[in-house]
Design a protein around this ligand. Structure first.
Ligand code: 5GP
Ligand code: MN
Length: 339
């Protein structure tokens, strides 16, 4: 944990006039929620702020307040290069390593702007001037809430900011059910609800907007593709690009599928593989002690948290990637089965 002092954050913010907020590739609910919450707060206190994402994100996040102002590096290369060049302060939210930005990372590397990391992932890089980092936080949104309060902005938290923060906490905790959820998390949620946001409306905006083909894709994964390996308390699902096309896959459609095998009694380790544009994207999830962050970091060019991590196939072959995963299971068997 490294939480720098608020006088330092205040002093840096005071002298910064052009602020950019950047989040990771394939932004999820916590990435967009935390970025837009901080954005809405900073513009409220009179700052000049731009949110930049490396690429597109799911439509179920595009209702978040401030979404229309977001710049996407993959669509607006020139505009993003300009705002980054002009910036004197860059917040990097929900990640801590430039490799999570793909091409946008080069721009940040070259930028002279001061950097602030707000994040809850393991093993941060050392590019930041100041950090607000805690791996025990359930989400970056939880940290952004504390950060705004630390700056003296608790009263400024309105419905827009609260909706963003609630969304990120909800999506990063499996709707408030993971071990990372604490009494503090629920106290924060209570404070957010007191602004008047409607939890049922937010849940619906995120979870009840699936297309018919997305629900059918989920059905296909569970009936045709899920492989259960009881000896290892594990299960995995691997999808080819052709299968994803068959179900008219849209960004975000496969999010969360990795968790479904946990509903089977005894399963504590799940993996999900998807082939996209020749790359193999992997998600790992565990229950209990098995550290999928280390597993993903060591074998699949990835990382994340102890119980939720992502990575990439070492080669561009789905079958071979799955085989290398299967070869590792006996090696990690005792760790996976450890209570
Ligand atoms: P997901 O499986 O939902 O893509 O990611 C699970 C968690 O792992 C998220 O917190 C995400 O930020 C992190 N993660 C996903 N892919 C990578 C990766 O390639 N590198 C690192 N360091 N973290 C990742
Ligand atoms: Mn997060």
């Amino acid at each position: 944990m490294q939480k720098d002092s608020f006088p330092k954050f205040k002093a840096l913010l005071k002298k910064s006039n052009h602020i950019v907020i950047v989040t990771h590739y394939n932004p999820d609910g916590d990435a967009m929620g935390s970025s837009l919450a901080l954005y809405n707060y900073l513009i409220k206190v009179g700052k000049n702020v731009t949110v930049v994402t490396p690429n597109d994100y799911p439509t179920f996040l595009q209702w978040l307040p401030g979404n229309k102002k977001v710049l996407q590096f993959s669509k607006d290369l020139k505009k993003v290069a300009d705002v980054v060049a002009k910036s004197d302060l860059i917040f990097t939210l929900d990640f801590n390593n430039y490799s999570r930005l793909e091409g946008l990372g080069e721009l940040l590397k070259d930028s002279k702007a001061k950097k602030i990391i707000i994040d809850h992932h393991q093993q941060p890089d050392n590019y930041a001037t100041l950090m607000y980092h805690d791996v025990n936080a359930c989400s970056t949104c939880e940290l952004v809430y504390e950060f705004i309060c630390g700056l003296g902005g608790k009263k400024q938290i309105d419905k827009d900011i609260a909706a963003c923060l609630y969304t990120g906490i909800m999506t990063d905790t499996g709707s408030f059910r993971f071990d990372s959820v604490t009494a503090t998390t629920h106290t924060i949620l209570a404070n957010l609800l007191s602004t008047g946001i409607k939890p049922s409306a937010i849940h619906s905006s995120v979870y009840d907007t699936y297309s018919e083909s997305r629900v059918k894709l989920l059905g296909y994964c569970l009936t045709e593709k899920m492989v259960v390996l009881s000896d290892f308390q594990a299960a995995y699902i691997a999808l080819t690009e052709a299968e994803l096309k068959r179900f008219n896959n849209q960004k975000g459609d496969t999010e969360g599928i990795v968790n479904y095998p946990f509903s089977i009694k005894g399963i504590t380790f799940c993996a999900f593989f998807a082939e996209s544009e020749g790359k193999i994207k992997i998600s790992f999830r565990s229950k209990g002690k098995f550290d999928v962050n280390q597993f993903a970091r060591k074998h699949f060019n990835g990382g994340g948290h102890i119980n939720a991590a992502g990575g990439r196939g070492n080669n561009y072959d789905l079958q071979k990637t799955v085989e290398s995963f299967l070869d590792l299971l006996p090696v990690y068997k005792t760790e996976i089965l450890k209570k």
